[in-house]
Design a protein around this ligand. Sequence first.
Ligand code: PRP
Ligand code: MG
Length: 170
Amino acid sequence: MDLKNLIREIPNFPKSGILFRDITTLLSDPESLHYTIDILAEKCLEFQPNYIVGIESRGFIFGVPLAYKLNVGFVPVRKPGKLPAAVYSVTYDLEYGQDTLEMHQDAMAAGSRVLVIDDLLATGGTAAATAQLIEKASCNLVGFGFVIELKDLGGRQKLPEVPIVSLIEY
Ligand code: PRP
Ligand code: MG
């Protein structure tokens, strides 16, 4: 199955000059959704994670079914102010301004094997910040999984030296 055919391309969104890769067309097609989760699971099984860490919000869409399929726990990394208990927090630079991500301090025992899932690897800022959260929690980052990777933006180079799975490359 060629997943690329199911990613809709929207020119000039969210701003002029950007070609947006829209996963909603993949998600609404039952066969493609099944296939995406199955192939992610197949490629990520060997990392033997204890937890899937999914990044708000599109990382939740793929992270939870993957955790269910691999029979491991799911831990959300959230935008600031959303998690109720004590959090680790990482602030990172964007093209314009900064962003912050948070994770519950007690979500995973130290030393847990963690696989990070998101829909998209673009500049790598979001995934790199998540790797820092996992380090703060003294957990063992074993890999990253993305549905889409935008190669030209060089996100991979920003990430720690662990295996990176991406299903669709542009
Ligand atoms: C998008 C995407 C990734 C991130 C990738 O999330 O879902 O999480 O950007 O970009 P980067 O590699 O340059 O950091 P966004 O912040 O738009 O929010 P959303 O997931 O809530 O839609
Ligand atoms: Mg996102």
